[in-house]
Structure formats: structure tokens, C-alpha cells
Design a protein around this ligand. Sequence first.
Ligand SMILES: *Cc1c(COP(=O)(O)O)cnc(C)c1O
Length: 360
Amino acid sequence: MIEYENLFLLNEPFMESYKESFSDSLNKGWFILGNKVSTFETEFATYCGSKYGAGLASGLDALVLALKYFEFPEGSEVIVPSNTYIATILAIYNNGLVPVLVEPDIHTYNIDPQRIEEKITSRTKAIMVVHLYGKACEMQMIMDLASRYELKVIEDCAQSHGASYKGKKTGTFGEFGAFSFYPTKNLGALGDGGALLSNDFDAITKIKALRNYGCHEKYYNNYIGINSRLDEIQAGFLSVKLTHLDEINFHKKKLAKLYQEGLKSDFILPALNEDFDDVFHIYAVRHPKRDKLREHLLANNIRTEIHYPVPPHQQNALKTRLKGAFPISELIHQTTISLPISFYHTTPQVEEVIEVMNAF
Ligand SMILES: *Cc1c(COP(=O)(O)O)cnc(C)c1O
């Protein structure tokens, strides 16, 4: 059986270093907001080419706090792609704001910059871009639009650790880069975690207060904050994994190249472009008979995933709130299938997937 993902095998090469880091935390007896968190914040910001980082409890919290920072008036609008993972949209609702969905480009699956302007109103305050599947958005056009309309840009980088656009890493274009360290992400912890990056010292200082009850100095509170701290043990694991992130991304790119060159033309493959250094968090292909294809792969002992089966505007939680037609998003959700592309997958395994795919 070729699994879609296996978190034991993915982490096995780093096990010894994890154990060292874990016993160091145990021996020190320091578990919340200590050296390991601040060290990882600096290392990760440096890796991405940003100045400051704040470790948080999850990717969703990173998005929630990035919006909370700005204190937009209730009912302000935030532009977001219609085919994102639901967390991006939940972060907007959790701040009492209104998501305005913009359709993706059918080739890149990222927000279509040509469709943003028509959705901007006097209430629009921000654009939340999502670098979906590990591919950066068209950041030049988006940043130009944002500065023309004085909108804040928040980047959802939960799938794009290390990905870049024209040589600049995702998470460094907007006011904030929001990251998730959920175990399956390219930089995954052994539990939940997240972070915000920013080049603005005051912004990160306020985020660090907001994640800790709004506290800027112990027992003195400036803001109505929450509890959303990355813990020391996860930060230690993340520092270990960060030293291997380039290797992980390189391996996934190598497997993606095998798919790209080996899959027959019946499948719609990811769009490649030299401006975008794609880290292939997910290798998604499209086919009109996606469900049959998935059954065929499973019958041949290959597990796949669907990212995602139901678009946000059709989710029970959101369908009465998100009005309008999103046919491009629906088409993607009906036809997309994600193939195995983990750090532990081997060339022969991917060659087997290609052979079974091409026999369909
Ligand atoms: C995983 C993910 C999130 C949420 O991250 P969590 O750490 O699970 O809260 C947000 N946005 C996107 C695009 C994601 O893939």
C-alpha cells in the first residue's frame, strides 16, 4: 500500500534530534514562552527573509490575530479566495468581519488578481491571499492593487513554507505572513502550532501581547487578548525540522517533477512558471472522472486525498451567509485529486503511482 501520508515515516529521520530537544525541555522545566520559542521565532523569520516572528498555537489563530491587530470596524470587508481551506474564512468571521469571495484562476488555483478590483467597496479593508498547495500568488499585481486602494495584505502561508515569488519568500509581502505548523504541513510540528511574521517591530510586539491575554508586562494588560502561545516543546521540534525544510521542499519538488514528466496528457497538471518557486505541499491534478480515478488508484493500493471535497460557500456552516455563484471553485472541488508526495515517498513509489494513473 502506498499511503497518502505517514507521520511516523515523515518524522523518523529527525527522531534523535527531537528526543534531545524534548529532554532538554524536561530537564529545564520551562514549558511556556521561553528560549526555545524566541529562538525559533528568530530562526524562522530569518529563514523566510522577514524581521520578526511570533509563535502561536495554530495557523487559524495566526489568521485571527493578524486581523484582530488592525481593529477594523465591525462589518468591514475582507477579500479572500473562494476555494481556500475554510480556516481563512473562519478567521474573518471570528473577528466580526465580512468575507468577500473572489474566484481563483483556473490554472494556478490561486486568487485571480483580475477579479479582485470589481469586489472592492468603501468597506473593504484587507486582502487575505492564500498560497494554495505550495504555490505563491501573483503578488506583484496584488500588492499594486492593495497600495492603490490602501488595503492591508495578510498572507495565508499555511501551505507555502519556503515557497517564493520572483525570488522573495511568501510571508514577506504583506503586513503579516501567517503560518501553520500542523503536522502534515511542509514545516510540521508534532502537534499544533502557528506563527505570524512581520517586518514591523510594533506590530509583532502587539501580536505577542495579544497571544498572551493582551499582556505587555506580566499582570498588566493593554488589549483584550486570547491565549494562543506556541509551546516550548513544539518550538524545539520546529527548530530541528527547520534545518531540514529546504531538504524536505527539494524532495517534494523532485517527486513533483517525476509526476510532471511522467503523467499522460489526460490529466490537468499543476501550472509551472519560473516566477513561482512552488514547494508542492500538495500535488493536485484534475480529471473530469476524479471519483472513478480515485477508486482505480485505491484498487491498486494507492491512497489519495481530495483538497477539498466541498467549497466553503457550500459548507453547512457557511452556505446561508456566502451568497453568489462560484463556478470555478466548484469545478476545482469536483475534479481535483491529490497524489502522494510526502518527504518519505521514494522515486519507485511515485513511478508506481504514475504507471497506475496512466493505465486509467
Ligand atoms: C492548515 C491550514 C490552515 C489552518 O492551520 P491550523 O494550524 O490547522 O489552524 C489555514 N489555512 C490553510 C490554507 C491551511 O492549509
